[in-house]
Write a protein of this length. Structure first.
Length: 236
């Protein structure tokens, strides 16, 4: 009787494992799968990117702008990332990435297709192998095969952005927040500034333009306005 019961339990577990709704096979720590449960954040993990803007207005006005090559290289080495440039606006890490096919689930929710093709004929594709080259016009830097961009940062999956932000914060503990975009305009403009930085020139002349870009890309209003309103009512 005991043996029969154990066999029955084993069969039930096997059937459950074969059914999609019984057990989740997703490994949160997977380095190349960012498709966690239709992109829903885990309850035991606090969000590491765009944190301050969740419940309160933010400002992108900065006093200092510089490129961080080390962080750029480390993010670029992550699965799913083809290239990365991290600009530090004071202690905020603004990150422009292009996406490759080395990971799944980089786009969240029901986002289908890509902003660009993979034939190297249109803007939206960037060649990370010669980042120090000044041969190409900055507006045409995204011209090589293999990498893709995404117009809206909201279309990048939560876990993809979470892992990038966690990487940046682990390497730069003083980073107060992290913003991530794969928009081709942002990628191009970050490359323009990166060229200046590679030549040892100050990014001070770009600061005003940078602030405008970040305000236009990420906005300044809370991303969870209902919660922000509730917090405001509690304060009153």
């Amino acid at each position: 009787m005991r043996t029969r019961r154990l066999i029955s339990m084993a069969l039930v577990l096997l059937i459950c494992q074969l059914m999609t709704g019984c057990f989740s096979r997703y490994d949160y720590n997977s380095a190349n799968n960012y498709g966690s449960k239709r992109d829903m954040p885990r309850q035991d993990t606090s969000r590491a990117y765009q944190t301050a803007q969740q419940y309160a207005p933010v400002s992108h006005k900065i006093s200092k702008l510089e490129m961080n090559q080390f962080l750029s290289d480390q993010v670029a080495a992550m699965d799913g990332v083809s290239s990365a440039i991290v600009m530090m606006g004071d202690n905020i890490a603004y990150t422009a990435i292009t996406i490759d096919s080395t990971a799944s689930g980089t786009r969240g929710g029901d986002v289908k297709g890509t902003e660009t093709n993979n034939y190297g004929l249109v803007k939206g594709l960037y060649n990370p192998y010669t980042p120090l080259s000044d041969y190409a016009d900055p507006n045409d830097l995204i011209t090589a095969n293999g990498a893709e961009t995404e117009m809206h940062h909201e279309h990048l999956s939560h876990l993809f952005k979470q892992k990038i932000a966690e990487k940046i914060r682990s390497l730069q503990p003083t980073a107060a927040d992290v913003y991530i975009s794969a928009n081709r305009v942002i990628v191009n403009e970050f490359n323009r500034m990166a060229q200046e930085s590679w030549h040892g020139r100050s990014l001070e002349p770009f600061k005003g333009h940078f602030i405008e870009m970040m305000e236009r890309t990420f906005g300044t209003d809370p991303t969870i306005p209902n919660q922000a309103e509730a917090n405001g009512r509690e304060l009153r």
